[in-house]
Write a protein that binds this ligand. Structure first.
Ligand code: F0G
Length: 372
């Protein structure tokens, strides 16, 4: 058995960083699983795959970028790192900083990040500064502090974050090409039946600060340039309807959505996200909170996959594409599930039927209740 070495070692030829021994939690190498029941429920004979980024060490895709950004910070002799965050970046920065022995400062919108993510930042010993403001304001503050030389910025405006995160695109191609993931339940043309170097037709991905769609597009293009894939996928980015600046074409001053991870009104990587969508022949669209929650429940109940609400914007997006004919029979689509559902237990509990009150510890009573 060959052991996974983390994204920097695995994809060293594509990451222009020589950190000696990287700061790594052996991130990456996440599952790409077929979702035939989901495709059936969406009424399309497409081959849908789910990239489970919630399987990363801190439960989100941020770890790919953070291993690179923190390794580089250490090489450069940094002592303090800083980020603004809707939650996942802070959890990942806190964990990798702990491992590297760096001081970590995270600035977050007060009351607007999921409980599990806050728990992670605290337990890893980050200094958490909640502000009465939103993510965009937090990012403006930390950018100024980093520009003043007070700390190294590890948000995705740090180019090393993008270098790390692009490896998810490499993995998708490697996984589809190996055909190792099994597609026996799926009808129609299958991703793994294609000839040389396989990219999906569509890459569906949530968009918040817009670093990740930028990173995937960079990754696919680099694999194409290296001759690893013949055709590029079309990028389908999805914002939450209440926080959809790129779709609207103007910043949103007061973004609102249940998907707090992507509650962002003025994305830092706006232009490169726009370019990724346009250059790939794709688009950036929005999905409502109701559509996100519907996708959230569907994924959990028919595929056994628990992804956080923001992640489910990608699946809600595929549902929308299936409805309006953009996703067609015979196509292959990969939905990126960016974060683990356990990050946000409140949404899980509040969006599900209430758990019944306790009954006496008595077998007859349990059976009566269940009508067994
Ligand atoms: N999904 C999840 C679970 C996220 O945490 C984020 C971003 C995104 C999608 C969007 O990715 O910003 O690269 O477009 N979370 C950041 C954070 C903003 O602070 O954790 P993006």
């Amino acid at each position: 058995m060959r052991l996974w070495r983390g994204i920097i070692e695995e994809y060293r030829e594509f990451i222009p960083l020589d950190p000696g021994a990287p700061i790594t939690l052996l991130e990456g190498g996440t599952p790409l699983i077929p979702a035939p029941a989901l495709a059936r429920r969406l009424g399309v004979r497409a081959d849908i795959r789910l990239k489970l980024e919630g399987a990363n060490p801190t439960g989100s895709f941020k770890d790919r970028g953070m291993t690179a950004a923190i390794s580089k910070a250490v090489v450069d002799g940094a002592r303090v790192v800083i980020c603004a965050s809707t939650g996942n970046t802070s959890a990942s920065a806190a964990a990798y900083s702990a491992r590297a022995g760096l001081r970590c400062i995270v600035v977050i919108p007060d009351g607007a990040i999921a409980m599990g993510k806050l728990a992670q930042a605290i337990v890893h010993g980050a200094e958490v500064v909640p502000i009465r403001g939103n993510f965009d304001q937090a990012l403006a503050i930390v950018r100024e502090m980093a520009d003043a030389g007070l700390a190294t910025l590890v948000n995705s405006v740090n180019p090393w974050r993008i270098e790390g995160q692009k490896t998810a695109a490499f993995e998708i191609v490697d996984q589809l090409s190996s055909g190792a993931q099994g597609t026996q339940h799926t009808q129609g043309t299958q991703c793994a039946e294609r000839s040389t170097g396989m990219a999906p037709d569509w890459l569906a991905i949530p968009v918040g600060n817009a670093g990740n769609i930028t990173a995937y597009w960079k990754g696919f293009r680099e694999y194409a340039a290296a001759g690893r894939i013949g055709a590029l996928p079309r990028m389908a980015g999805f914002q939450a309807a209440g926080a959809a600046p790129i779709v609207l074409g103007r910043p949103v001053e007061h973004p609102e959505t249940i998907a707090t991870a992507i509650r962002i009104g003025n994305p830092a990587s706006w232009a490169s996200a726009r370019a990724a969508a346009d250059d790939s022949g794709g688009f950036i669209d929005s999905v409502t909170d109701d559509e996100i929650l519907e996708a959230y429940r569907l994924l959990a109940q028919v595929e056994g996959v628990f992804a956080e609400p923001a992640s489910c914007a990608s699946v809600a997006g595929l549902a929308k594409m299936a409805r309006d004919g953009r996703l067609q029979d015979g196509q292959c689509a990969v939905a990126v599930l960016t974060g683990n559902g356990l990050k946000d237990p409140s949404t899980a509990i509040e969006s599900a039927p209430r758990v019944r009150d306790a009954i006496d510890a008595d077998r007859e009573g349990v059976m009566r209740l269940l009508r067994l």
